[in-house]
Structure formats: structure tokens, C-alpha cells
Write a new protein. Structure first.
Length: 174
């Protein structure tokens, strides 16, 4: 299944969720389809097969679903990046601004070593705030962010602009 239109057909569109005016891209329909799931993971990993990736960083929570599969395909380790207070050992944190307020992401301070080549994976790139904070978190440990891979990019929200200077791969663009 190397046709993006076939992947796109497996994603359910839910209007007015979680609030009126929002069109939600529900990936659970893709996840339950064995061929679709395999194709999505293969698609996300393909551009990085020869890149020497040491670690894949998955952003909470749907980034975990794709990040572990991509790490497996690349022969790399997996590192979760989570919301504050979810990891049990000592962490490092980066805060970022939202449209109304702020948030933060954390990872264990020993999860990534200086010089490692890292791929950041998530299901969706919207405004890019969480992805940008994750890039800062990884770079702050001395690692090299080789790229970011997402299943879906919402182009109208221009999250890619916040990630200027970084390679961003999107399997699907809306």
C-alpha cells in the first residue's frame, strides 16, 4: 500500500470534534487495518532507512503508536516525550506557548546521549508548538535532530514554519 490516497481513505473525518468547527482526523480506523498500519509505519520510516538514526523520539501520546514501529524498522531505540509529571525518573523539560496559555514536554534526562542522531515522530503536525519544544528538548541534550516524521500535516496551520531548518516529512498533507 504505497499510495497515499489509500492511506488517506483509512482515516475517518469527524466534523465538530472536539468542538464545533473542528474537523478531526481519526487515525483509529487506520490503526485497526493491518495493511494500513504496516503501510503507515513503512512510509514514515522509509526516508530515514539509511540515515543512521540512533533513537526515535515519540511525542505523547499518538506519537508513541507510530514511533515504536518506526524505531523497530530503523533498528533504533525509542524515547517517549511526555507531558509533565508522567515519567518516573529525573527529567528535563521545555515549556512552550499555546494560543491560550502554555504547556511543557519532558523526557528522562538520560534518555538521549550527546551526538546521537534522532528522529522525532508524531501522528499530526498542526501549529508545531509541541514539535518545536520536542526539538529543543532533544537538541538541549546535545543530540542531532535529523528530522521529524508525521503521519498527517495540516498545512493551513503552518507548523512547518516553526520548524524551519529541520527536515519535516509528512506522509499525508491536508
Amino acid at each position: 500500500m504505497d499510495d497515499p490516497d489509500r492511506l488517506r481513505a483509512l482515516i475517518r473525518h469527524v466534523p465538530d470534534f472536539p468542538k464545533p468547527g473542528i474537523l478531526f482526523y481519526d487515525i483509529t480506523t487506520l490503526l485497526r487495518d493491518p495493511a494500513g498500519l504496516q503501510a503507515a509505519l513503512d512510509c514514515l520510516a522509509a526516508p530515514y532507512r539509511e540515515a543512521g538514526i540512533d533513537a526515535v523520539v515519540g511525542i505523547e501520546s499518538r506519537g508513541f503508536l507510530f514511533g515504536i514501529g518506526v524505531a523497530d524498522r530503523l533498528g533504533a531505540g525509542f524515547v517517549p516525550v511526555r507531558k509533565p509529571g508522567k515519567l518516573p525518573a529525573r527529567t528535563v523539560r521545555v515549556a512552550y506557548d499555546l494560543e491560550y496559555g502554555s504547556d511543557a514536554v519532558e523526557m528522562h534526562d538520560d534518555a538521549i546521549e550527546a551526538g546521537q542522531r534522532v528522529l522525532v515522530v508524531d501522528d499530526l503536525l498542526a501549529t508545531g508548538g509541541t514539535a518545536q519544544a520536542t526539538v529543543e528538548l532533544v537538541a538541549g541534550r546535545g543530540a542531532v535532530v535529523h528530522g521529524l516524521a508525521v503521519l498527517i500535516e495540516l498545512g493551513a496551520l503552518d507548523g512547518r514554519a516553526r520548524l524551519a531548518g529541520h527536515d519535516v516529512f509528512a506522509a499525508l498533507r491536508y
